[in-house]
Design a protein around this ligand. Structure first.
Ligand code: CP
Length: 308
């Protein structure tokens, strides 16, 4: 199999294990290339990609742009803050106007869950979901599992706990789908107010104790508390959260084993992780960022060669 089963990258939910393996094998090759002195390949020459960001981003936006440039694509960037969206233009009108400029692939981050699925049903370009509200962030989950595979050789059989704001996290949902498709055991840990009601249907272990979760896992993927998505207060305070669920060196030293620390970023240092953990030898946070470029090159390349 050298072809994806999907025409768009809308969510991990729509991928099968062969798709994920193919993306990883392709990313292995691209990672070798981008670590050579000449980092560019002509794979997407004459392909035009528009990056549409309706929400803030550092890692995802820059990583997609770099991936596109390493593949020799023509790239245009759109930020809603400085666009005619501010004058009332709809999402569909905005995208149709961009497509009139002969764009082949749309990479979009949007605050509304389902925005990418909506576009895929209404326009003819290929769509890559770069994060849609609280729904999915597929390329983040792919780069996270790729980083676990790089560290341990394989993802199957590993125990990964996702800690924090599971309710509002597209990273959590995409990671749960991806890790389970790859045969990992998945746990979640955090305050009950930040757990989704449909948790049981996801087939994950639920830990209310941080210590129990860390003793169980090989890898802890630690999330940011997304206060901007909470319309009612779901925590007494960030200080309270940090006291109960924050990971510091003392917590790690109390375990009788070494675990790997991951974080999708941005980190709220001193809340979910202290700096002596985030910057320690346990952390693969910057490896995740590095792997993001190779994973996004793989996704864009495989979508571009997929015939409808
Ligand atoms: N991990 C992630 O999505 O980070 P950004 O919001 O900076 O893109």
């Amino acid at each position: 199999m050298n072809n994806l089963s999907v025409d768009h990258m809308l969510g991990i939910k729509y991928l099968n294990k062969n798709d994920i393996d193919l993306i990883f094998q392709t990313a292995d090759n691209f990672k070798k290339i981008i670590n050579q002195p000449i980092k560019k390949v002509p794979s997407l020459r004459d392909v035009t990609i528009a990056n549409l960001f309706f929400e803030n981003s550092t890692r995802t936006k820059l990583s997609f742009e770099l991936a596109e440039k390493r593949l020799s694509a023509d790239v245009i960037n759109f930020s809603s803050a400085s666009s005619s969206v501010k004058k009332g233009e709809t999402l569909l009108d905005t995208v149709n106007n961009i497509l009139a400029m002969k764009v082949d692939i749309i990479v979009m981050r949007h605050p509304n869950p389902g925005a990418s699925v909506f576009l895929s049903r209404n326009i003819s370009a290929k769509i890559v979901n770069a994060g849609d509200g609280t729904h999915e962030h597929p390329t983040q989950a792919l780069l996270d599992s790729f980083s676990i595979r790089e560290k341990y050789g394989e993802v199957a059989g590993k125990k990964i706990v996702i800690i924090g704001d599971i309710l509002h996290s597209r990273v959590a949902l995409s990671n749960i789908y991806c890790l389970k498709k790859l045969g990992a055991e998945v746990g979640v840990c955090g305050p009950s107010t930040l757990m989704p009601k449909y948790l049981d249907s996801l087939g994950v272990n639920h830990f209310s104790s941080l210590n129990a979760a860390l003793k169980w896992c090989d890898v802890a993927n630690v999330l940011r508390i997304q206060l901007e998505r909470q319309d009612v207060q779901l925590l007494p305070s960030l200080r309270e959260y940090s006291n109960v669920y924050g990971i510091n060196k003392k917590v790690l030293d109390s375990l009788d084993k070494q675990i790997t620390i991951m974080h999708p970023g941005p980190i709220n240092r001193g809340v979910e992780l202290t700096s002596d953990v985030a910057d320690s030898e346990h952390s693969i946070i910057l490896n995740q960022v590095e792997n993001g470029v190779a994973i996004r090159m793989a996704v864009l390349y495989l979508l571009s060669i997929k015939k409808n």
